[in-house]
Design a protein around this ligand. Structure first.
Ligand SMILES: [Zn+2]
Length: 462
């Protein structure tokens, strides 16, 4: 009895000293410290990459990743863990080989782009025609392209914000389809990536309905240099290419979800997203096991401090090959979209977060001040109220859900992105913990604020 009275007295005294009335202590600092020093995120990345490994849409690894996600979330203290079915395309890479046949024969390191057709069994051989960009290819007369192998030779620039990717990736996304429409036999691109190693960078390419699917592949960067050099010498260059890529029947995958229910406003949702699938060449450590580990741990740690709103995580199916999970989520939760008060995604590697952007109701001054103040000690600067959200949030952006960006340092991300070298050892534990801390404090503040984060500011692009 004495002990209990003593404890009550101590609590009363503490509240008198702090001048608090009934308010709970602000747990932001506690959340940040727990994330920095006691997160299990690295163990999650290790487990997903080493025990599941590659998990491209429709593959056996994809199914095992879904089971892994359910098991890990169930063990992380969420109130509710569930899956929602997603139908995904099932493309298989097969084998790839390429060689310059003339003027100076040499084998090249190559991989198929996601969605590529296969070549004939024996491969195909043709003269190469080079363009810098898909726009240059688009402007070329068809008779300069017909019957040839198009080489798109654009170089990606290394930048912290990763903006070089957006500038160069149209060569991959649209190049093969434009080549097809002009009668090219195949399209090979200089890998959209940085670094000087000999790993080619894969990634999805799109053929609209009615456009003939042709073989499409990426050369490793030093191999693109070889091809470019031989072309510069002015003699016709002939390339042989063999791909055994093909589509199988669509497959069943799933979005994996979990949430901690809000104590006061459970119908209002703060959504943290990542994607569970990966390309098949590496083990998908930085893309996007690190992102999934970040959001799972951020939600778990924030959720221990009685959030007033619901904190939900979405491990999306098939981001890489067409955003199937993102679309399925938006469709399945259409009724609930108006209850989403903030959404953000971790899908830019494992570099430390350096900038924070919001896209929330500009009148949410308390939220904006509190979130900036909570992120500043992590070395994160504010980048304004024009956030765009990650790829898996595109359908939510179109539905005017408020968004945030926690921009990760992308200086080295594109050295490994979509290559065989995207493996666990590339994840820096300190940067990963900083990511967890940033995502956790932002989630908790959004789940706790008195401000209304809706409506999002109007967006020029809708
Ligand atoms: Zn990704």
């Amino acid at each position: 009895v004495v002990t209990r009275l003593g404890a009550v007295a101590a609590v009363l005294l503490a509240s008198l000293v702090s001048g608090a009335t009934a308010a709970a202590p602000d747990p932001v600092e506690e959340i940040r410290e727990e994330a920095l020093h006691a997160t299990r995120a690295l163990e999650l990345v290790r487990s997903l990459t080493m025990e599941v490994g590659p998990r491209s849409a429709g593959s056996d690894g994809d199914r095992r990743a879904v089971a892994w996600g359910v098991e890990r979330l169930a063990a992380s203290g969420f109130d509710r863990v569930w899956t929602e079915p997603v139908t995904v395309p099932h493309w298989v890479r097969g084998q790839a080989s390429a060689a310059i046949v003339a003027p100076f024969p040499q084998s090249l390191v190559v991989t198929a782009l996601g969605g590529s057709a296969g070549t004939p069994e024996a491969g195909l051989e043709a003269e190469v025609v080079r363009f810098e960009t898909v726009d240059d290819l688009e402007a070329a007369p068809a008779d300069a392209v017909r019957g040839k192998i198009v080489f798109l030779d654009g170089r990606m620039e290394r930048r912290r914000d990763g903006s070089g990717y957006a500038e160069t990736v149209p060569n991959r996304g649209r190049g093969p389809a434009v080549g097809s429409e002009k009668g090219a036999l195949a399209v090979v691109i200089r890998s959209v990536g940085t670094g000087t190693h000999r790993f080619p960078h894969t990634g999805g390419t799109r053929f609209a309905e009615g456009v003939r699917r042709i073989p499409a592949a990426a050369l490793a960067i030093p191999d693109a240099d070889i091809l470019a050099h031989q072309l510069e010498m002015g003699k016709p260059v002939r390339l042989r290419l063999r791909l055994t890529s093909r589509f199988l029947a669509d497959a069943e995958s799933a979005n994996v979800l979990a949430e901690i229910q809000g104590s006061e406003r459970p119908g209002e949702i703060v959504l943290l997203a990542c994607h569970l699938d990966s390309w098949d060449l590496g083990t998908g450590a930085i893309d996007d096991a690190a992102g999934c580990a970040t959001v799972v741990e951020a939600a778990r740690i924030a959720g221990r401090h009685r959030p007033r709103r619901t904190i939900r995580v979405l491990l999306a199916a098939n981001e890489e090959h067409g955003l199937s999970g993102a679309r399925a989520y938006a469709a399945a939760h259409e009724e609930e979209i108006a209850g989403h008060v903030l959404a953000f995604e971790a899908d830019f590697g494992a570099g430390a977060v350096w900038a924070y952007g919001s896209a929330v109701n500009p009148a949410a001054k308390g939220f904006l001040a509190a979130s900036q103040a909570a992120l500043a000690p992590l070395g994160i600067e504010y980048a304004g109220n024009e956030a765009r959200g990650g790829a898996d949030l595109i359908p939510l952006r179109q539905a005017s859900v408020p968004l945030a960006d926690l921009a990760q340092d992308g200086t080295y991300y594109f050295d490994y992105h979509h290559t065989a070298d995207d493996t666990f050892d590339k994840v820096d534990p300190e940067a990963l913990a900083q990511n967890v801390a940033a995502h956790a404090v932002l989630a908790w503040i959004a789940a706790h604020t008195d401000d209304e984060l809706r409506p999002a500011p109007p967006r020029e692009d809708g």
